[in-house]
Write a protein that binds this ligand. Structure first.
Ligand SMILES: O=C(O)CCC(=O)C(=O)O
Ligand SMILES: [Fe+2]
Length: 186
């Protein structure tokens, strides 16, 4: 377990470097700006459900953190993402991890990257498990769009805030309400 946590963290840092570059930022920009990172893990267990159409394993949400690395049950599907107004199943593949961009990368990229809406459905035949590793910014760092991505033609879409402020706001609402970042628009 501890090896997995360390490896996942390194994978996250490699992805940060690539995402930074893709935005025209210094390679170490995202890692630096997020500060001393916290890392949380959730082991989600979804029991089988006699009436799966009446409920969700997890209601629709975006992840409030920066990047989520998800290890999914290889036998049982359940994750869905919202694409162009439709829910699409993300079916498991052997030895594959699912990467979700969270709200902080949407904010940092000034909206160029989107934090995807996703949910988990249940089924009546089989229970399901997933293991989510959440890479989170340091609570006290100042977050918001990267300076370099703000200009006359692309004004800042979001204001600056601390992760502490964001996280409290995120959990003060229902998960499937409007995108939490909407509350941080300039
Ligand atoms: O179980 C899944 O596939 C999704 C889990 C998830 O979205 C989460 O833990 O935030
Ligand atoms: Fe999630």
């Amino acid at each position: 377990m501890s090896t997995y946590c360390k490896e996942v963290r390194q994978l996250g840092f490699r992805l940060y470097a690539m995402i930074s570059e893709s935005l025209g930022l210094e390679q170490d920009y995202i890692k630096k700006v997020l500060g001393e990172q916290e890392q949380h893990m959730a082991v989600n267990f979804y029991p089988k459900c006699p009436s799966p159409e009446l409920t969700y394993g997890l209601p629709a949400h975006t992840d409030p953190n920066a990047l989520t690395i998800l290890m999914m049950d290889e036998q049982v599907a359940g994750l869905q993402v919202l694409k162009e107004g439709r829910w699409i199943a993300v079916n498991p593949r052997p030895n594959a991890l699912v990467i979700n961009l969270g709200d902080q990368l949407q904010a940092l990229s000034n909206g160029r990257y989107k934090s995807v809406w996703h949910r988990a459905v249940v089924n009546s035949d089989r229970p399901r498990m997933s293991i989510a590793s959440f890479l989170c910014p340091c609570n006290s760092v100042k977050l918001g769009p990267a300076e370099k991505l703000i200009g006359e033609k692309s004004p800042a879409v979001y204001r600056n805030y601390t992760y502490d402020e964001y996280y409290k706001k995120f959990w003060s609402r229902n998960l499937d309400q409007e995108h939490c970042l909407e509350l941080f628009r300039t």
